[in-house]
Design a protein around this ligand. Sequence first.
Ligand code: SME
Length: 156
Amino acid sequence: MAEDLIIKSGTREEQYLSLLPQIKGLLEGETNLVANLANIAAAIKEQFGWLWVGFYLVNEGELVLGPFQGPVACTRIRKGRGVCGTSWAQEKTLIVPDVEKFPGHISCSSLSRSEIVVPLVKAGQIYGVLDIDSELPDQFSETDKAYLEQIVSIIP
Ligand code: SME
């Protein structure tokens, strides 16, 4: 399917409630992972306008850059390194209100101030992470965690 995304204003939750069914529609009938991750990154970036929205995928023991929207980024991240590698190692979503206070934060863009990283899980295995960066501090909350975890859970 190909159609325009409807961009919603309102509270963060209202924005996710508008976005979620549209992402479901984008994924419907498509099983190619790269195609689906590309559209999810684009849809989240269009709705929220964050600095960087994208995926890193586990490949031969490292995270390797996948589909994304935003400035060019680091291509490889080792397990336990940076916010992405730590989220992978700890197998949980990490919310970083101030990237300068996160030990080992990997600065792909000097403009990033806060970040959220959500693991992608299939059959109990982490196969990648969703990473989002904002130019503003303290941009991500439990609401983002809940909805972004829901979004990545529907990736076929
Ligand atoms: N800041 C991330 C690196 C990836 S970029 O933000 C796109 C980290 O510390 O893992």
